[in-house]
Each structure stands twice: as C-alpha cells, then as structure tokens.
Write a protein that binds this ligand. Structure first.
Ligand SMILES: Nc1nc2c(c(=O)[nH]1)N[C@H]1C(S)=C(S)[C@@H](COP(=O)(O)O)O[C@H]1N2
Ligand SMILES: [Mo]
Length: 451
C-alpha cells in the first residue's frame, strides 16, 4: 500500500486536477465526481482497502483519511529515511509519542492516546523552545520573583510558597498555540502538529492571582512577562528561550496556577520541575515552565515569542503563502474549539459483520465551553449529535461518545466537529492562514475499514 499512498499524495500536491483524473478515472468537477462503478472507484477502493460506502458524497480532491496521515509523515522517495512517524524515546514517556523535533525537543500525542479522562504524564505532549535545564536537587530552595508594577517585590522560595498557601487542584487542558498546524496548505513554518499538541492533566499549586495580590498590583500594571530557567538553544546567556505574557485581566483569572504537581506527583523535569505556570485556554507558550520570574509591566510584553508573527494571527485574512505585514497581526488569545476522536484509532479494521461503531473523544474550546459535538459517517452529508459530558471544572476538556450504524462492509471516514458556547464551529479545512501556522482547527477525521 505504501507505494500507492505516496503516489496519491505526490500527485495531489503537484497537480490536484490531474490527480482527480488519475485516481477517479476521468476529469471531475466538484459537484459531480461520479466515479462510482468506474475504474476510478476501483483504483481508490484498492488504495484505501475496500469499497467506499458513502463514496458518492466524497468531495473531489479530498485525500482519503486512510492515506492523508501516512502521506504527511512519509519521507520523500529519494531520502532513505525510516517509514512512518519517528517515535519519541524518552524516560517516563509512552513509546508512541511522535517526535516532531529534537533540538529543541518537541513531541505530540497521537489522538488515540488521548483517550483517558485525565491525560497520564507518560502520554502528555512536550514542547520546548530552548535547552532542557538540569533538574534542581533542592526544589524547595527554588527562587521565584514577582516584580515590576507591584507595591512590593515578592521574592520567595518554592518552599515558602508551599507553606503559605492552600494548594488547589484543577483538571485543565494545556494546548500548544501551534496545535493543528500541519493542516495548513501551504505548509506553515514550525512543528507540524496534528491534533496532539494538547493534553488534559490535573495540576496542583497556588492560585496565581493570590500570589500577585500578595505583592500588591499597581493600577499601572497592564501586562505580564514570564521567565523560565531554560537556556536559549544557542547557549547565549543574554537570550531567553521563551518569554511570553498576557494582559492583566487574563493573568488574574482564578483558574491560573503556579503549579508544582502534575497528576498528583511533582512535575517531571521535562514539564517544568520544580514549578511552572498553568494559564489554561490560551497558547501553551504563556504557561512558563521552570518558572523564575513574573514581571508586571506597564505596557505589553516584548520578550522572546512576542510580536511579529509569533503566536499571532492575521486580522485581515492574508493570501496563503504570501509575505506577512506585521501590522496586520494580533496576539492569539483563546485557543479555537476542537474535537478529536480518541477511539477507535485512525486506520482501525473491524470484522466484516460489525454494524455498529462506538466512538469516543474529547473536545475543548480555549476560554469557552463546548456546546455540541457532531459526527458524520458520510463525508459531512449528514450529522449526528454526540453525548457531551460536562467539564469537571473550568478549562477541563469534555469527553464525548456517539454510536454510529454501519450499513455494510467497506471503507468509512468518520468526521467530528465541535461547536463552542459562542456558536463557533470547527471548519472543514484550516482557515485564516498565517506564516507561523496558528489557529488551525479543522474537523478531525479517521478512516475505518469494515471487513
Ligand atoms: N520555560 C519555558 N516554558 C515553556 C516553554 C519553553 O520552551 N520554555 N514552552 C511553552 C510551550 S510553547 C508550550 S506549548 C508548553 C508545553 O508544555 P509541556 O512541554 O509541559 O507540554 O510549555 C510552555 N512553557
Ligand atoms: Mo506551544
């Protein structure tokens, strides 16, 4: 099957119109693909492994889900690289996380590994921008400062902080700002996340707002700047790996934590041991790991990862692939709504007699909640409402289930889409293209073969 997959992907990339002609036997138009029964149907069915049950509803130019995922990660034919995604080998991590980069270390969680109510630390994604700092041997002596536009600079150790506050525990989604980036066409710059730059863990720590109130927020404070102890990739001590911040209103949200535990255990070194910020709902980059300093500022932050097109989206839509005008960009704040199917996995093959499919997934929506999740078995021609659970607390994800009838043997694509509490729904394809690829949240789809 490998050979066919690469061909389909390559042909679609180079000449989509001709690709349709090759794959479906003749030139097609969008409204009337009409390959059913033709030699094109046979070719496509051979490529996906079985008759496409709702083939008549399949949009022209759509690379079947069975081929899309693998085609994305397939190395170019001329490079003798190992087939399929490269998996992360890292102490304490499940061997099935997908390595997206090793300098800095970045790895995502395939959707089917996000099938727990609470994402185990072993399956949680990793996103570093710099080097990984050496784990401290004295976590309680770790120094933190809250300074700038405060009545009195607060300098305290983690041990002091722990002794002063009553810790709170919240289950909350952490999601990378670039999650979904790989769905942009043309390809956007950066780690090619699918949907796995997200996880929902239980975080324990001090309420950030309480700590800031203890320092005394001055009326002049409008924005924060966060600093961590990780060295810049270059090793240059004058540069920070990452330093982002948020407007005061978001900073003072009661859900934000200065966290030292993840899933009931001290943070793992890779997730920010001994202490990190958790500012849920917004790009993960504001949740500084190895936290050393929170600077209250009288103007927006200008640290590493602020400004330009970093963690920013276009205000006026730009021509995909064209040059960006920084003045047309604004910070990405709340992450967009997203639903994923976590069971079954993409590419699952079921017995020939199976006529019912139980689906399970997760959905979340940045600062908002999920109003509805719908699933489709016929390329979006019809939709069925899923059962969506309530979040355990604010910023928790919402697990959902649905049962679909499978009319016959063959190839199916299952699509899922979520709608947030404002009524905003996931699009069919990633929209509002931007050079660094933020905000891509197209519907998730998986391939299923019955028989
Ligand atoms: N100090 C520091 N904090 C950081 C980062 C970093 O590179 N350095 N990466 C950020 C980004 S971009 C994300 S998405 C999250 C990822 O957290 P995780 O690696 O614990 O999953 O951490 C954020 N905090
Ligand atoms: Mo991120």
């Amino acid at each position: 099957m490998g050979k066919i997959e690469r061909t389909v992907e390559e042909v679609y990339r180079d000449d989509p119109e001709r690709a349709d002609a090759v794959v479906f036997g003749r030139r097609t138009d969008v409204s009337r693909r009409g390959f059913l029964g033709g030699s094109g149907m046979a070719a496509m069915s051979a490529a996906v492994g079985g008759p496409i049950v709702f083939g008549a509803a399949m949009p022209a130019g759509l690379i079947p889900a069975a081929l899309a995922q693998e085609a994305k990660t397939d190395p170019p034919a001329e490079a003798p690289a190992p087939k399929g995604p490269q998996l992360l080998q890292f102490p304490g991590k499940d061997g099935n996380l997908v390595l997206l980069g090793d300098k800095p270390l970045v790895a995502e969680t395939p959707e089917q590994l996000l099938d727990d109510e609470m994402t185990p630390t072993s399956k949680f994604f990793i996103r570093n921008n710099g080097q990984i700092p050496e784990a401290t041997r004295e976590p309680d002596a770790w120094k933190l400062s809250i300074d700038g536009e405060v009545n009195k600079t607060l300098e305290l150790t983690l041990g002091e902080l722990k002794s002063k506050v009553r810790p709170v525990t919240r289950r909350m989604v952490l999601e990378c700002g670039g999650n979904g980036r790989s769905f942009f066409i043309p390809q956007a710059r950066g780690n090619q996340w699918t949907n796995g730059g997200a996880g929902c863990a239980e975080w324990t720590g001090a309420r950030l707002a309480d700590v800031i109130r203890a320092a005394g927020l001055k009326p002049s404070a409008v924005f924060s700047g966060h600093y961590g102890a990780d060295p810049h990739l270059s090793g240059d001590p004058t540069k920070s790996a990452l330093s982002r911040g948020v407007p005061i209103k978001k900073l003072m949200d009661e859900s934000n934590l200065i966290a030292w535990e993840m899933n009931g255990k001290p943070l793992e070194p890779i997730h920010g041991f001994p202490v990190r910020l958790i500012i849920p709902g917004w790009p993960g980059s504001v949740s500084a790991k190895w936290l050393t300093r929170i600077w209250l500022r009288d103007k927006p932050h200008d640290g590493q990862g602020m400004g330009g097109t970093s963690y920013r989206v276009a205000v006026k839509p730009m021509l995909p692939g064209s040059k960006a005008d920084d003045k047309n960009f604004t910070d990405l704040e709340s992450m967009p709504v997203r639903a994923i199917i976590t069971k079954p996995a993409n590419g699952t093959r079921l017995g020939a007699s199976v006529r019912e499919l139980n689906l399970r997934g997760a959905a979340w929506a940045g600062d908002y909640t999920v109003r509805a999740v719908d699933v489709s078995i016929d390329f979006g021609a019809s939709w069925q409402r899923a059962n969506v659970n309530q979040p355990k607390n604010r910023y928790d994800w919402q697990r959902w289930t649905a049962t679909l009838k499978l009319p016959s043997e063959g190839y199916y694509e299952i699509w899922s889409r979520a709608t947030d509490s404002r009524g905003i729904m996931q699009p069919h394809v990633a929209g509002n293209w931007n050079p660094q690829g933020y905000g891509a949240n197209p519907m998730h789809r998986i391939a299923i073969l019955v028989g």
